[in-house]
Design a protein around this ligand. Structure first.
Ligand code: DHB
Ligand code: FE
Length: 279
């Protein structure tokens, strides 16, 4: 049976992608952050997963206000990088895994998660920046990718608890797939940041570090935290952290924390990286 070997969570700041694409990672602003990305890259190179399930949010790139799926599952053979206004990022097309993705669709929907099935989907920085962080700048991505989008753009977003339960259902789905794929589940976004309104520029590193601690040790408790807490403490875009809960739900109850980093700021964001191995 296929197996989830680990989870990886990371912020998905678009300026981080631009720094890589434009060879600016050695500049004084970026170098200290990219030094902290090395631990993630080394772990990934050693783990060498067959598939990454990337749980992220679309930022009105694939979906507009005309159609807002709460949970969308990409089942295509490939996903092109989205044009977010500056032309698509010059990163490889993201290869899908239709067989496992359709198995996820069947398992999740019969498990009472009403996923939207997506046959065509450009993937924006929410998906491609984490891939660049994990794998650097290869000619082709070294594994297949199943993108899962969570709506956190338009109120109401799903609760942290619902996202955690989705992770649990993803675990059941992967473990019932008759293959030998080794899977890493990504949760992307956050940490604290607010891009708009009176509190634009807000970050809250103490909240973010406490979030990581509780997510690792007592994820059920973190899953009970309501949206209002994220909004108050982590800013309007800090709600992206619910996708870290989806990642955590897909892992074993006890995990080995293989890598953690935190850096503030990157663009507007208090930036976190976490790698958790299943035990
Ligand atoms: C930034 C962070 C995000 O998560 C995002 O989607 C867009 C911008 C930022 O920090 O600039
Ligand atoms: Fe974002």
């Amino acid at each position: 049976m296929a197996e989830i070997i680990a989870g990886a969570a990371m912020s998905h700041v678009p300026a981080v992608g631009a720094a890589m694409d434009n060879a600016k990672t050695a500049e004084p602003y970026w170098a200290p952050y990219f030094a902290k990305v090395e631990g993630l890259r080394q772990w990934m190179a050693t783990a060498d997963p067959d598939v990454c399930i990337v749980i992220y949010n679309d930022h009105a790139s694939a979906f507009s206000l005309e159609l807002i799926p709460t949970f969308a599952l990409g089942v295509a053979a490939e996903f092109p990088p989205a044009d977010e206004g500056f032309g698509p990022r010059r990163v490889p097309t993201v290869p899908g895994h239709p067989q496992l993705a359709w198995h996820l669709a069947e398992s999740l929907i019969l498990d009472e998660f009403d996923m939207t099935i997506v046959n065509e989907m450009p993937v924006d920085h929410g998906c491609t920046v984490p891939l660049s962080l994990a794998f650097g700048q290869p000619e082709d991505w070294p594994c297949r990718v199943i993108p899962i989008c969570v709506n956190v753009i338009q109120y109401p977003a799903p609760t942290g608890h619902r996202c955690f339960q989705l992770g649990r259902a993803i675990k059941r789905a992967v473990e019932s797939f008759p293959g030998n794929e080794r899977v890493v589940v990504f949760g992307t976004g956050g940490m604290s940041h607010q891009l708009q309104g009176e509190r634009a520029g807000l970050t809250n590193p103490p909240f973010d570090l406490a979030f990581m601690d509780t997510l690792v040790r007592d994820p059920e408790a973190q899953a009970q935290v309501p949206h209002t807490t994220y909004l108050r403490e982590a800013g309007s875009e800090g709600i992206e952290l619910v996708m870290w809960l989806a990642m955590r739900g897909a892992l074993s109850d006890q995990v080995n924390e293989a890598y953690r980093a935190h850096h503030v700021p990157t663009s507007n964001t208090s930036n976190g990286i976490l790698v958790l191995e299943c035990t």
